[in-house]
Design a protein around this ligand. Structure first.
Ligand SMILES: Nc1nc2c(c(=O)[nH]1)N[C@H]1C(S)=C(S)[C@@H](COP(=O)(O)OP(=O)(O)OC[C@H]3O[C@@H](n4cnc5c(=O)[nH]c(N)nc54)[C@H](O)[C@@H]3O)O[C@H]1N2
Ligand SMILES: Nc1nc2c(c(=O)[nH]1)N[C@H]1C(S)=C(S)[C@@H](COP(=O)(O)OP(=O)(O)OC[C@H]3O[C@@H](n4cnc5c(=O)[nH]c(N)nc54)[C@H](O)[C@@H]3O)O[C@H]1N2
Ligand SMILES: [Mo]
Length: 774
């Protein structure tokens, strides 16, 4: 197994997916020691009567017939179906301090949590507690707070609509809108950016549009690792002769060639499809300038066409009927400075030209994007500029075209839809109040970054997490740890052990829950839960495996238990909800019109599509039109200032995912498509930068933060890997580099930590003189 091998760097030369992926599925099933009876769960993945893949939010074809095989989906299922257990024996034999010394990989390897545990400060250990006592402890703490805003309720995007709806109801009945959510660190810039331009913060396409698209632009996304099922759509587009462009500082291997495990012919003949035809490699955070440059070229082409009485390049009919602000937008583009656009994007004129040519040739274009676009200071502006670029050619709200933010967690979009929102609208609160007969809190609550800051100030004292790994996923690791440790109570609802269960308040609970793959029986009846994918399809999911332990409770049951203890049952019959999830759906429908006939419509194979107004060319903006928004280049950012201070030694770091991880869950130590084996402590750098800084490929370096707030930040002991990445840019993995991400550095207008533009300096490593094993 590679994990035991000496770390090494060996470029990957085969196509993505294919036999290699199948081999790695087999390895992961073996490593996780998945019991044979649980293997059948894999076959039920994304079947109409099966469960929704807990991997990513990419939708399924019809959510019916295809067994969409995906290496990383299989790994996510195997990790949940593992036969390993983190039971009371583990906690009896290890103090919390000892467990904290273990790596994220080692913590994950302990397996599934089995019973509710409470922290015992005297022995520094977790000890068993009954469910009733655990709920009573939560109730006691919440009721003791003088102000409900001293509690915060975190959600990670695997929670079902039913669990998330009850969770927000509990918190609002309790009296707060403090809903830090994983999406604050993820697609928040999308959700906050798009409404001002197209009226709604969701994507406008469905899978049917991918079948028709002739052009797909992929911004800042690594689908071969993070959304492998998307490769099937890209393959089909490439085979139809469509154009695919990857806009990414890295030429991600998985976007170069692809072999489809579902195509018997490809697998048998070792054939593969060439995916992206053009790779444009902007500097980190250079997308705003790049997109603006392409928009400027589109205007220039259109001006030239008009002068020559040739067919227009801009869709003037669409703009006349549907858009506002076009003239000012065009004038701003005409006035924009080419030299600055090139310098700020890091892309030369020839490449901008090539990208523009493909874009204006496209009759049906889709733009997709991931974390490469959302985790920067100017993410909101960049996403709006992308929307504006698409509007120039009328590429929104018609078949085969549109905006496609690709979400992460399998229900991160649904959680927000059903009310996990720290800045709720008045209309939603009015409705919730009417349905349940109470006055919901009106003040906006804390997002992730604001929650940590409030903990630091001692203003948030009770922290409850419905899934996720808050301590590891968030910025400024040492400061965040200290903030969490100041809490009076931390509560974690989880499937598997992670760092957040060890970075705890004065009192702490660890509550084990059923995963999506497991049968959820209430009163002898199997319950299904519903989720919304990245393209707004809502469908139902039934687990197939026996629960990992008889003591596990569903997320719905756990939330209901906490709610009863914290706010009582006078307004809400929590037990009735927990006994039959269909009742929760009946009431979700009362709060959200879009969910009419919820139970009936999710019972149909494939579920139903939630209305996305912009898809229908209905614009829910202030002007009632799709809005062009003028935005200037910002030439005085913290990065510019850091570069002015440190000159060319200043590097900008992106923190990203390897192939063997699911966010903070580390399945293994390889990043196959990027050629990294047996280690996660690597930093990718341009060979010329390595030489300029006086290092050599393979040297060990330490990374120090170059943010100018006086806080010392560092991450030590990384191996330099010469890589095809633009000058001045570095790449390394998250969460190992989160200590370098400043809490105060967030996306303007979204609050997302800027995890893909972290200013750092490199030093020769003091802690590791030689790379172990190399
Ligand atoms: N197997 C697996 N699947 C997952 C996850 C996982 O960890 N593992 N995580 C899930 C979650 S929550 C999410 S949000 C998604 C994340 O999926 P992605 O959005 O693919 O996230 P990252 O791996 O962070 O990679 C971002 C990509 O953006 C590029 N990039 C970085 N900075 C820039 C930039 O400034 N501009 C441009 N144009 N590109 C840039 C990087 O090179 C990388 O290819 O995946 C989901 N699916
Ligand atoms: N530096 C840097 N930081 C980042 C990012 C980055 O790219 N760079 N990405 C950000 C992004 S996009 C995201 S989405 C966040 C992710 O932040 P989180 O969502 O908080 O983190 P995860 O690692 O996905 O959470 C994994 C844990 O969830 C629990 N879990 C798994 N399944 C279930 C379930 O069904 N129910 C419950 N209750 N618990 C479950 C398990 O205990 C597991 O250990 O991280 C963000 N942080
Ligand atoms: Mo995410």
């Amino acid at each position: 197994m590679k994990d035991q091998d000496a770390p090494h760097i060996t470029p990957y030369t085969k196509p993505a997916a294919g036999w290699d992926a199948l081999k790695h599925v087999a390895i992961s099933l073996r490593q996780e020691r998945v019991a044979p009876e649980n293997l059948k769960a894999l076959l039920a993945q994304n079947q109409p009567d099966g469960f929704d893949c807990p991997g990513c939010a990419w939708p399924d074809r019809n959510h019916a017939s295809t067994f969409a095989f995906c290496e990383n989906g299989a790994k996510a299922v195997a990790a949940e179906a593992t036969s390993r257990r983190a039971g009371p024996e583990l906690f009896a034999s290890h103090t919390v301090t000892q467990l904290l010394e273990q790596s994220d990989y080692a913590l994950e390897q302990h397996g599934r949590l089995t019973e509710p545990m409470v922290y015992d400060a005297a022995s520094d250990r977790y000890v068993p507690i009954s469910w009733d006592d655990a709920f009573a402890l939560v109730g006691r703490h919440l009721r003791a707070l003088p102000d409900p805003d001293q509690a915060a309720f975190y959600t990670s995007g695997r929670a079902s609509n039913e669990a998330a709806f009850l969770y927000q109801l509990m918190a609002r009945l309790y009296g707060t809108n403090n809903f830090p959510d994983c999406s604050n660190m993820c697609h928040e810039a999308t959700s906050r950016g798009l409404p001002a331009t197209v009226g709604i913060g969701k994507g406008t396409v469905t899978l049917a549009d991918f079948e028709l698209a002739d052009t797909i632009l992929i911004f800042g996304q690594n689908p071969a690792t993070n959304h492998p099922r998307m490769l099937g759509e890209l393959r089909d587009c490439a085979r139809r002769g469509g154009s695919i462009v990857s806009i990414n500082p890295l030429r991600e291997r998985g976007l170069q060639r692809f072999m489809d495990p579902q195509s018997a012919l490809e697998m048998a003949t070792l054939g593969s499809t060439r995916l992206a035809g053009l790779f444009v490699q902007p500097t980190l955070g250079g997308d705003f300038a790049l997109i603006k440059a392409v928009a400027k070229r589109v205007v220039e082409h259109d001006d030239a066409a008009q002068a020559a009485s040739a067919p227009a390049v801009i869709d003037h009919a669409f703009i006349a009927e549907h858009c506002s602000g076009f003239d000012a937008f065009r004038d701003d583009l005409r006035a924009e400075n080419w030299q600055l656009l090139v310098a700020e994007s890091g892309v030369n004129r020839a490449q901008i030209e090539a990208l523009t040519d493909i874009f204006i040739k496209g009759q049906r274009a889709i733009a997709t994007w991931g974390m490469g676009l959302t985790q920067h200071k100017h993410s909101v502006a960049a996403i709006r500029m992308l929307s504006n670029l698409m509007m120039l050619r009328g590429q929104i709200g018609k078949p085969g075209a549109g905006l496609c933010p690709v979400r992460g967690h399998s229900n991160v979009q649904g959680d927000r839809t059903v009310g996990i929102e720290e800045k709720p609208t008045a209309a939603f609160l009015d409705r919730l109040g009417q349905v349940y007969g109470f006055a919901p809190p009106r003040a906006h609550g804390h997002d992730v970054v604001a929650t940590i800051a409030a903990m630091q100030r001692g203003e948030v004292k009770v922290f409850i997490a419905l899934g996720g790994n808050f301590a590891a996923a968030t910025p400024d690791t040492p400061l965040t740890f200290a903030a969490l440790r100041q809490c009076a109570l931390t509560v974690q609802v989880a499937t598997k052990l992670n760092r957040s269960h060890l970075v705890i308040g004065k009192e702490a609970l660890l509550l084990p829950t059923l995963g999506r793959t497991e049968i959820d029986l209430q009163g002898g009846v199997a319950q299904g839960v519903t989720v919304e994918d990245s393209m707004s399809m809502v469908h139902i999911s039934y687990g197939r495996n026996a629960p990992a332990s008889p003591q596990l409770r569903s997320e719905v049951a756990i939330v209901a238990g906490m709610a009863e203890a914290a706010v009582g049952s006078s307004l809400v019959d929590w037990r009735a909800y927990a006994a039959d999830y269909a009742r929760i759906r009946d009431d979700i429908e009362k709060v959200f019109d879009d969910f009419y006939d919820y139970n009936a419509r999710v019972a149909q194979p494939g579920g139903f599509h939630l209305t996305v107004a912009s898809r229908e060319r209905v614009w829910k903006t202030a002007s009632g039109k799709a809005s062009f928004l003028v935005a200037p280049l910002d030439l005085d950012t913290p990065l510019h200032r850091a570069r002015a201070r440190h000159g060319e030694r200043l590097m900008v770091l992106m923190s990203t995912r390897s192939h063997d991880q699911y966010n903070t869950t580390i399945y293994g130590m390889d990043d196959r498509y990027r050629g990294v084996y047996g280690t996660r402590k690597v930093v990718f750098a341009n060979a010329d930068d390595i030489a300029m800084l006086g290092f050599a490929d393979g040297d060990m370096v330490d990374l120090t933060g170059a943010w100018d707030d006086g806080v010392a930040r560092r991450a030590d002991g990384f191996r330099l890997v010469a890589y095809d990445i633009p000058r001045g840019c570095l790449g390394a993995y998250y969460p190992e580099t989160n200590a370098l991400v400043p809490l105060a550095s967030t996306a303007d207008g979204a609050g997302t930590p800027t995890s893909k533009s972290v200013p750092v300096l490199l030093e020769r490593s003091v802690s590791y003189k030689v790379m172990p094993g190399v």
